[in-house]
Design a protein around this ligand. Structure first.
Ligand SMILES: Cc1cc2nc3c(=O)[nH]c(=O)nc-3n(C[C@H](O)[C@H](O)[C@H](O)COP(=O)(O)OP(=O)(O)OC[C@H]3O[C@@H](n4cnc5c(N)ncnc54)[C@H](O)[C@@H]3O)c2cc1C
Length: 222
């Protein structure tokens, strides 16, 4: 009965098919959902009681000799400046290493990262203390995301984002990072897509010509 509905579900959730559409999505929309990629990147944040690294660097990396493990904690950000001075290191894992196994626990992931940090800092004769807190993400298994963000898989093109953004019957609209071809996989892309859909709905359903014109002017600036 609503004039408009906006779907901002993550592509991972749409791919899983856990949300039922009635009537069902048309084939071209389901195909777009199948055609786009949705990968996983994960983080492990460690809080220490003091800083032992050189925080004049924003980040440092580690290249693992085992190709299977190459994505594991490959990039480590110094978050002291963004965490209000708290001595925090935040490690990223990508590729196959970001896919958490059943045997992975926050404790085992923390232990892997600590092992890596100790290897890096042993070369500088710096002792790495035990962290006082740890947070680990698991986006691939999170029922509200089933992954991190979209990507264009081999054989697909940016055109798939246009199909994902296409509304149905001028009533069901789609927004979110996976609907923005220019700014895919980003926070600002998700925000812009929300503005795009809000503008479209306003233009379609707003009765006042004056406010429509104001909106069009604003969109032209955007
Ligand atoms: C580890 C990581 C690092 C990133 N780094 C950056 C970066 O440096 N810069 C950048 O610009 N972007 C980055 N991103 C990407 C950015 O976070 C996303 O592109 C953006 O948050 C996507 O916004 P969205 O609104 O499309 O989706 P989301 O923020 O995922 O919002 C979707 C919403 O739908 C809800 N939902 C899901 N399922 C259901 C359901 N069944 N019923 C009801 N609600 C549901 C979810 O709870 C969520 O609130 C990163 C992402 C990750 C995971």
């Amino acid at each position: 009965k609503a004039q408009a509905c906006v779907v901002t579900l993550p592509i991972g959730v749409l791919k899983k098919g856990v949300v039922e559409f009635d009537p069902p999505l048309p084939d071209w929309k389901s195909k777009a959902i199948a055609d786009i990629g949705f990968g996983t990147i994960n983080k492990c944040a460690l809080l220490f009681d003091h800083k032992f690294w050189d925080d004049s660097m924003d980040k440092f990396g580690y290249v693992n000799s085992d190709p299977e493990e190459r994505g594991l904690h490959f990039l480590i950000h110094s978050y002291q400046h963004v965490a209000g001075g708290a001595p925090v290191l935040l490690a990223l894992s990508s590729g196959s290493a970001a896919k958490r196994k059943d045997s992975d626990t926050p404790e085992s992931i923390k232990a892997q990262l600590m092992d890596r940090l100790r290897k890096i800092f042993a070369k500088k004769n710096i002792e790495v203390p035990d962290p006082i807190d740890c947070k680990v993400t698991n986006w691939g298994n999170d029922e509200f995301s089933y992954g991190s963000y979209s990507n264009i898989v081999v054989g697909a093109s940016g055109e798939v984002y246009n199909r994902l953004a296409e509304p149905l019957m001028k009533r069901v609209f789609f927004a979110g990072e996976g609907t923005t071809r220019q700014y895919l996989a980003s926070m600002h892309g998700a925000v812009f897509s929300g503005l795009r859909v809000a503008g479209t709905i306003h233009t379609l359903h707003c009765k006042s010509t004056e406010s429509r014109l104001r909106l069009l002017e604003r969109n032209a600036v955007l």
